[in-house]
Design a protein around this ligand. Structure first.
Ligand code: GAL
Length: 331
């Protein structure tokens, strides 16, 4: 009896000691900027999910400066983090962050934007080729002939190129038949309204009439529309964007923008939090069956689906998900 009791005590004490010693993981989160509405939400949801899983998050934003992002990474690594999650300012420059993290034996998760040419540990994003496909399929259905302008996303962001692959996969047969003419095709320096404005101005200098614009995201569309409206507010141009920003949804309802693509941020934030915690605990990743070439290696990856938002589907998508409030869109 005595020895049985002793055994029970030992088990209890060991359990208490182990729980007490359980390490609380700290995840470093490096953001680019908050210019596009989604990023504040990405950050807040990611933190909430990591907290739910018992971890802490420290976060910094580099506001478009890749060297600042590197310094922020360095500081976090020196202070001691268990995993690093990066929304890269620059797809190539951020490789240095991955190399540095590995010298500290810390894994890096590329969030939304792929970091190229390095031994990246994990990439979680949406299917960005599919985003481009959805945009081009939609616009080419409503506007199967005419002059098209492609206002691409930031040159520093791999997503901009993936979108273009998806768009051209759809548009090329129309171009070959001579139905669609791509009269302007440029990438922006940044995902920003002023870049959309600058590029659309340039496009309109060279082209009298534009029938359709496929833009990298809704912020670019805001600038595109400013340039178009300065020329002639009644042109009725078909316009595609991405991100389902409030302003874009309002424009869709008002008939000023044709469609946008919605990417459920809750889904990417939850997945990234889960895998960042696995990475912190040095577990082998579970349930990964996809990988993406980043120029140096096949990186284990998760690509989430996106969806079309038009006048008819606003309520079924962004409103139903609680992403945007119905009264705000229709106010
Ligand atoms: C991209 C992302 C887009 C958009 C953009 C602006 O990487 O795929 O959804 O948010 O950044 O920051």
């Amino acid at each position: 009896m005595k020895s049985k009791l002793l055994l029970i005590y030992t088990v209890i004490i060991t359990a208490v000691l182990f729980t007490g010693c359980e390490k609380k993981f700290t995840i470093g989160l490096l953001m680019d900027n908050y210019e596009t509405e989604r990023w504040q939400r990405d950050k807040d949801l990611f933190i909430a999910h990591v907290n739910e899983l018992g971890g802490d998050v420290i976060t910094e934003a580099a506001y478009g400066d890749a060297s600042v992002q590197y310094e922020q990474a360095k500081k976090m690594l020196e202070d001691g983090i268990d995993a690093l999650v990066v929304v890269a300012v620059d797809q190539n420059e951020a490789a240095k962050i991955v190399d540095l993290a590995h010298t500290y034996n810390v894994g890096v998760l590329s969030y939304d934007r792929l970091i190229r040419n390095c031994d990246l540990d994990l990439y979680i994003s949406f299917d960005n080729v599919e985003v481009g496909t959805l945009q081009a399929e939609y616009i080419s259905k409503v506007c199967p002939r005419g002059n098209y302008a492609l206002i691409g996303g930031a040159v520093t962001d791999n997503n901009a190129f993936l979108l273009k692959i998806g768009q051209m996969g759809v548009l090329q047969p129309f171009v070959e038949r001579g139905d669609i003419r791509i009269v302007f095709d440029q990438f922006a320096d940044r995902w920003a309204e002023d870049e959309g404005y600058r590029l659309m101005k340039e496009c309109l200098k060279k082209n009298e009439h534009i029938d359709a614009v496929i833009a990298g995201n809704d912020k670019l569309v805001t600038g595109v529309l400013r340039a178009l409206n300065e020329k002639d507010p009644n042109q009725g141009v078909n316009i595609a964007g991405q991100d389902a920003e409030l302003q874009a949804c309002q424009r869709i309802v008002a008939g000023e923008q044709t469609m946008t693509v919605y990417k459920p941020i809750e889904a990417i934030a939850a997945k990234a939090a889960d895998f960042a915690m696995q990475m912190a605990s040095r577990e082998k990743f579970k349930n990964l069956n996809l990988s993406v070439n980043n120029g140096k290696r096949m990186v284990p990856a998760i690509l989430l689906p996106a969806m079309i938002v038009n006048k008819e589907t606003i309520k079924l998508t962004v409103v139903a998900d609680g992403y945007l409030k119905e009264n705000k869109i229709y106010e």
